[in-house]
Design a binder for this molecule. Sequence first.
Ligand code: M6R
Length: 598
Amino acid sequence: MCGIVGYNGTRKAVPILIDSLKRLEYRGYDSAGIAIFNEGKVEVHKDEGKIASLEKTLPDIPGNVGIGHTRWATHGRPNKVNAHPHTSGNISVVHNGIIENYQQLREKLTRSGYQFSSETDTEALAHLVNHYYKNDLVDAVILALNDIKGSYAIAVLCGNQLVAARKDSPLVIGVGENENFIASDIPAILKYTRKMIFLDDMEIAYVAPDKISFFDTSKRPIEKTMKVIDWDMEAAEKSGYEHFMLKEIHEQPKALHETFAGRISELEGAIAFDGLKEEQVRDINRISIIACGTSYNAGLLGKYLFEQLAGIHADVEIASEFRYSHSSPGSLVIGISQSGETADTLAALREAKTFGGRSLAITNIMGSTITRDVDNSIYMRSGPEIGVAATKTFMSQLGVLYLLALYFGKGKGKVSSDRMKRMLVSLRQIPAQITRILGNKESIKKYADKYSSASDIFFIGRTLNYPIALEGALKLKEISYIHAEGYAAGELKHGPLALITKSTPVIAIATKGLTYDKMVNNIKEVKAREAPVIAIVDEKDSEIEKYVDAVIRVPATDDILSPMLSTVVVQLLSYYTAKARSCPIDQPRNLAKSVTVE
Ligand code: M6R
């Protein structure tokens, strides 16, 4: 929920910390701060608001070691006092996560004479480390962490010593030449190094300029493996686009290409995933998909695909609800999470695993927590996504789900070799078809501009298009702040039709398929209430334009694949609507990219 960074090396720490923090702002942006060891003492600077406000207040500090934080408030209001780092004596701490027993710790530490100046849970941790510190920072951190319940990724500075630790919140150590880095996420430090070591839960790292030592919570040394990340730096920059979101929408053809690379052979009509074996498929009789937000919407499309292509019954569950539903999951549980760190999804997956059964993660982040909790992981390979609104990762999730459903369909004998080959050829064409839609973005912008002053907008679709209606509404509400509803079009007449008036634009996803005729009827229903209707249709459709105010055409493809193409249209409509309303598109209010609290 927050972003943390650390640096220990030979260069000035401040510019590196500030630059890395800016790349983590998607994780939180209500206040920020740094602590630097300089000329024998630690200097702390904090401010309310974004990193840029903090940067303006900073003097020139030559120090070569420091920590930094960008916050998304959980305990305590977003203000300067509650901003991290929190300090106690010579100890400064930045923290991402939640300390659940902080109230008890606070009372205990207060009785021992420590004074609290903030409302945060993190300050208790700073005092605890100070309380235990007797010349060995690793010892003090271990003792303090033993007293803590909850989740954390922390960086602790004491003089020129830097220590990091994690439990249930992500943390990566970047390895450089005579300098080393700490960050909540890879893109923050990708400019400085591609060599990364992923900290696991309950591990502690002592980070010096020329050496990194790893320990478990009994201070036994641990060997860690370094990974070289192949994302390029450009992937973490805006590269001339006004917003990351627009850039990431444009990166979807490339992202999908990567998702498919090495996994499909259209000549042979074959799909292969590392670590998945066809014989495992035979035992699957029910699939439970668990996810949140956009990943849930991808999962809902996955449900239809598993049922239609593989004949396997699938449920899709909102992770935060599944945990308390007491329902037993299917023989395969699939967790979908681009970040691999969403607390609700992780907790629900752990709950689901108590029922036995196999588990599979679909994620974009190598080494993320979800990958350690499951039997198999499939990487989406979207590259880094910085905009809070998920776009290219949604597309890659869909790409993986199509492949998986076809793979299962083949394993269950439901997809013939011929069908498989045809589907794979069509899938391969999707990236180029997305590029064609992107080439038409100005006409999509025209409609976004026209309806950008609406107060309520509906997205409707049926069967495979229903998840895309949900995703369109989610995108629009989160970045434009317009109230939007995604509805199964057949459900409108059971209540929401009462809201449809001439001031309620309706985006109708009406590509060809099983329910096309029914969808035409649903469009007529909203038109009869005078709603302005924009229909997303196949390029060959000549019927719907008679009934609607505008049509946006997508290239013709296999009916079952068209949701990938409609997705791009709803993303662009949302993006341009938010732009017309001058919204902070990449960092919408109250939201963070990675939600590591339940
Ligand atoms: O990292 P995850 O895929 O688990 O994130 C789940 C949701 O928080 C996420 O999809 C969210 O809904 C999107 N950022 C919205 O665009």
